[in-house]
Design a protein around this ligand. Structure first.
Ligand code: ADP
Ligand code: MG
Length: 241
């Protein structure tokens, strides 16, 4: 089943075309990588899916239901999001942040769910600390706790390892891999790190200047380009002027 489907999604910012009629779907229990260089439209795609940016045209379906203004809020509760570019409020404590997000996402039995998530991410020692004072590894755990607080069916990750040091990035990649293995979740993950994409993604789509120029299973794309690494596919596509 498609958890998410996008038809002819287009975004024009002040006369500039950022997304040009893109089509894709995210299936159940799948990680779809949205790949492409800076400015190719990855964050715009995610922003539209989250309702933070209004598309110029095009349709979004979640669980096969057309998303309109009227039903969008209901569907936001089954999604969640993480990106190093949008940090959690720094002056709030870890506990305050997670409690607020639990309410925002309409989590049922908030107290139980918070305890579950504190346990799961070993957050008890951090609960009273201001989020802005945490180390990068601690922030990553808290960001994951926030991203999973509502047990989302669809998780959107915008360049999740960008700006992380290699050890923390490794923790995060392992976490995503294991979490997806043991939970039924559909993840849309944007990245310009091809090694990361090859390790984590079942399918990918490659964006170039707002257009989808390739999409499919990772092995299908590798075969098509007769390469073993997505990195080499990427160089082939973007390296030539
Ligand atoms: P990516 O995330 O792949 O780096 P973006 O989705 O951020 O790319 O950007 C796609 C294009 O849209 C770029 O040309 C960018 O400059 C433009 N863009 C993104 N956000 C805005 C905005 N708020 N106003 C104007 N142009 C924007
Ligand atoms: Mg971006």
């Amino acid at each position: 089943m498609n958890k998410l489907k996008v038809k002819n999604l287009t975004k024009i910012f002040n006369g500039k075309l950022a997304l040009n009629k893109i089509n894709f779907s995210l299936e159940e229990n799948t990680i779809l990588g949205v790949l492409g260089p800076n400015g190719s439209g990855k964050s715009t795609t995610i922003g539209i899916l989250l309702g933070l940016i209004k598309q110029t045209s095009g349709d979004i379906y979640i669980n096969d239901t057309y998303i309109s203004k009227r039903n969008r809020l209901k569907f936001l509760n089954i999604m969640n999001f993480a990106s190093p570019y949008t940090e959690l409020p720094k002056r709030l404590s870890v506990m305050e942040n997670l409690s607020i997000y639990a309410r925002l996402y309409n989590v049922k039995n908030i107290k139980d769910r918070l305890e579950e998530i504190y346990d799961y991410f070993e957050l008890y020692d951090l609960l009273g600390k201001k989020t802005g004072e945490l180390s990068s590894g601690q922030k990553t755990r808290v960001a994951l706790a926030k991203a999973l607080i509502n047990k989302p069916q669809i998780l959107l990750l915008d360049e999740p390892t960008a700006s992380l040091d290699p050890l923390v990035a490794e923790y995060l990649k392992n976490f995503i891999y294991k979490y997806k293995k043991t939970n039924n979740i559909s993840i849309l993950l944007s990245s310009h790190n091809m090694q990361e994409a090859q390790r984590l993604c079942d399918k990918i789509m490659i964006l170039k200047k707002g257009e989808v120029i390739e999409q499919g299973k990772v092995n299908f794309i590798l075969d098509k380009y007769k390469k073993k690494k997505l990195e080499d596919v990427y160089f082939k596509i973007f390296g030539e002027k």
